[in-house]
Write a protein that binds this ligand. Structure first.
Ligand SMILES: [Cu+2]
Length: 360
């Protein structure tokens, strides 16, 4: 087990600090066309409804992935879940983890806009606002039954013979009982785990307010933001594959998905629409970190090409030339293509955030 040099350093402060977006570089950019991503709770009720109805639309649009026997890839939404499942072992615990997920959620945002008439930007979920206590987490606006994504599933016991360790503090596990997908037994078609054959499932959540409060607070966020280079930044975001040493990435996945919810499934996690709000905030945290020193950090990338290959025994490190693919939903790009979110040049991502994290 690696001892993180940074774990001793964190200044534990709990107030949210924000700043205006910092222009990233001199790339061609038209500020009028930059999409500005906002925090979920700051959207109007109408904007929230517009987003959720676009998600429902993309869940219903026919897939583009070529059919295969017993395919569970039925919708455009499934196209993205499918490519995430197929690439799971190549896009986590690697140097291009954040770049791939940045591209993934930007592709989803583009699909909602281009294919479902959504006019806003991808919202983010600033979990530091909710991880102040277990009760505050449970009361998060993202779980609102009317204006959010619904809440927890009913509590199901954990089978002690399951070899996978139990997520500490998990409290649900069943089908969500309120919100836009309550009562729908066929909202998820893929998984569990790496299964890609059609398996109709409800949306499940297994909230752990304990886990969320432990790993999604401002202290953990500040610890992440204070890292000196990309290698350390990415290492602290991802944390260790242990419930005793998570980072903010696992904090959101296991805080929402526990063991039995889709968000806690490394492969199928994008099946829960909250995935993209969580990953938008991870992306915002990376952009906040980049914006603290753009001249160095718009090109700073490192970390293994292969899963947890930190000693480079299987291969080299990710570079700006490392290719990224999200399957049928977008043309392939490279890590270098997604380093600057405010790049509105040819094929650039061309979005930004209304507020960034700052070092406290
Ligand atoms: Cu992922």
């Amino acid at each position: 087990m690696v001892a993180f040099k940074a774990l001793a350093a964190g200044a534990l402060l709990s107030t949210l600090a924000v700043a205006s977006p910092t222009p990233g570089s001199s790339h061609a950019r038209s500020s009028s066309s930059l999409l500005v991503r906002k925090e979920w709770r700051t959207l109007t009720t109408t904007e929230k409804a517009g987003y959720i109805s676009a998600v429902k639309c993309i869940l219903a649009k026919p897939a583009l992935t070529p059919p295969f026997p017993d395919s569970g890839v039925l919708s455009r939404y499934d196209d993205l879940v499918y490519t995430h499942i197929q690439q799971t072992m190549n896009i986590h615990y690697v140097g291009h983890f954040l770049a791939w997920h940045r591209f993934f959620t930007a592709t989803y945002e583009k699909m909602l806009r281009d294919e479902c008439g959504y006019t806003g930007a991808q919202p983010y979920w600033d979990w530091t606002l909710d991880a102040t206590s277990e009760a505050a987490f449970l009361a998060s606006p993202v779980f609102d039954p009317i204006t959010g994504f619904g809440g927890n599933g009913p509590s199901l016991a954990w089978d002690p013979s399951n070899p996978f360790p139990e997520v500490p503090g998990r409290s649900g596990g069943g089908c969500v009982t309120d919100g836009p997908w309550a009562g729908d037994d066929d909202v998820v078609h893929l998984g569990p785990a790496a299964s890609v054959t059609y398996t109709p499932q409800c949306l499940k959540r297994d909230l752990s307010p304990y886990f969320a409060a432990r790993y999604l607070g401002m202290n953990q966020t500040q610890l992440t933001l204070s890292q000196p280079d990309f290698g350390w930044f990415n290492t602290i975001v991802e944390g260790q594959p242990s419930f005793e040493a998570s980072g903010v990435h696992g904090g959101g996945h296991y805080g929402v998905g526990g063991n039995m919810g889709q968000m806690g499934d490394l492969y199928t996690s994008p099946a829960d629409p909250i995935f993209h709000l969580h990953h938008a905030n991870l992306d915002r945290l990376w952009w906040s970190w980049q914006s603290l020193n753009p001249s160095a950090r718009l090109t700073d990338i490192s970390g293994p090409l292969f899963l947890m290959d930190y000693a480079n025994l299987a291969g080299g490190n990710a570079t700006l030339s490392t290719p990224l693919s999200v399957g049928v939903s977008a043309a392939d790009v490279t890590v270098g293509d997604v380093m600057n979110i405010e790049d509105c040049g040819n094929g650039g991502l061309c979005y930004t955030y209304d507020q960034l994290y700052t070092l406290l």
